[in-house]
Design a binder for this molecule. Structure first.
Ligand code: AOF
Ligand code: ZN
Length: 386
């Protein structure tokens, strides 16, 4: 049986790495990784791939029961069966094993049935259906449990899920690119790229990891963004935009074109699931486009500052676990003012525009990570507590 901090840390970090393989596919479920260790060898690994599919612990235990080369060698050497080996193994998991019947049966019961005598858990599961009951079940059955192990790292890894359960809204990532002199766009002319192809590919990889991407009316009309991941393979995010004053509708009407073939705005090309939040008075006027975009009416009387909470509530109900907000400055600043953000990724280029539209400014925030990419930078900010 394993004990001792450095050894335990090695195995939990492997569980974290496995969990991260579920980024971009597990949502709205948490990313979870699990390893099973016997006599200082990993004999089974698993992670949660997708909602409705087996949990990390199930995949790890099945990996031992359908042995890989390591487990088979151990079995031959020791003369023990996989079931017997499990009875002297430790299971490391990044989230408390579940105790409830959801789309899949409880992992805590499976661990107990398999006879694993020791479990190391990073984060408790705040899901009200679990909330400590998974660990309680294990302890009642005589399983030795080490809790809160590397919990801070575990929470960082599972931050989207924790925001969904604890804040009851999607995890919000603000993203913008700025010049060295603080501009988000030049004042005149065509939209012009601020950062180069390397950061474009990085941005597209970020898009594959989150459930949805939002831009405001101004950005939708001025940039005609595709809001997809073209330079990186993976899942495409749901596209989201806003039309509270009918400016998008007016544009669509004044640029008639057959749907799909040459939509005047990429947002209406039908290539990805897309939601457009509109003032309720505009809903019926959007009938010709409702097969291409889901039109979400918002009460006419709603105050502008209440629109973001309405959008976030709707997305939470749609099981959208994370959202990238990509502009423009007015929309990003509203999220900042309301404190409705969890992370900001600011791409900075060495270019200077001299004059232009100012990038948003973050209040009560700290840089938590800086990465350099061939002369360009990505700074990651988090809100300061309180
Ligand atoms: C675990 N291991 O790998 C995950 C857990 O509908 P279900 O059955 O998939 O249950 C979803 C809930 O289970 C989810 O909200 C969270 O509480 C927990 N996720 N638990 O033991 C896992 N993904
Ligand atoms: Zn489970």
């Amino acid at each position: 049986m394993q004990s001792g901090f450095p050894v335990e840390e090695k195995y939990m970090r492997r569980a974290f790495q496995l969990a991260s393989y579920g980024l971009g596919s597990a949502s709205p479920n948490p990313v979870v990784g699990c390893v099973i260790v016997y006599q200082d060898s990993i004999i089974g690994e698993g992670f949660h791939h997708q909602c409705g599919q087996p949990h990390a612990e199930v995949n790890a235990i099945n990996a031992v029961l359908r042995p890989n080369a390591v487990a088979r060698r151990l079995m031959l050497r020791s003369g023990l069966s996989a079931e017997q080996i499990l009875q002297d193994s430790t299971l490391y998991v990044s989230l408390e094993p579940c105790s409830h019947y959801g789309k899949t049966p409880p992992c805590a019961s499976l661990i107990i049935r398999s006879g694993i005598p020791r479990v190391v858990v990073s984060c408790p599961d705040p899901n009200p259906k679990v909330d400590g009951r998974g660990i309680a079940l294990l302890k009642e059955a005589g399983v030795q449990v080490r809790e809160h192990f590397l919990e801070e790292e575990g929470r960082e890894l599972g931050r989207r899920y924790f925001a969904n359960v604890e804040k009851r809204r999607p995890y919000v990532i603000l993203k913008w690119a700025r010049t060295a002199d603080g501009c988000i766009a030049a004042v005149q002319g065509e939209p012009c790229a601020i950062t180069g192809p390397l950061l474009q590919a990085l941005n597209h990889s970020y898009r594959t990891q989150e459930d949805a991407i939002l831009v405001g009316t101004g950005t939708l009309l001025s940039d005609n963004p595709r809001l997809n991941a073209r330079c990186f393979s993976g899942r495409q995010p749901v596209r989201i935009s806003l039309d509270f004053h009918g400016r998008v509708l007016e544009y669509l009407r004044s640029h008639p074109s057959p749907p799909h073939a040459s939509a005047p705005l990429h947002f209406f090309d039908g290539s990805q699931p897309s939601f457009l939040f509109v003032d309720a008075s505009l809903e019926s006027a959007y009938a010709p486009w409702k097969d291409l975009v889901k039109i979400v009416p918002v009460d006419t009387g709603i105050l502008p500052e209440d629109r973001i909470p309405v959008v976030l509530d709707f997305l939470q109900a749609e099981k959208i676990g994370s959202l990238i907000v990509e502009g423009g400055t007015a929309l990003l600043s509203s999220f900042i003012r309301q404190g409705s953000w969890d992370e900001a990724r600011v791409f900075t280029s060495p270019l200077a525009f001299g004059s232009g539209y100012h990038a948003p400014s973050l209040e009560n925030a700290a840089v938590v990570e800086t990465r350099a990419f061939a002369g360009e930078w990505v700074h990651v900010y988090k809100p300061l507590p309180g």
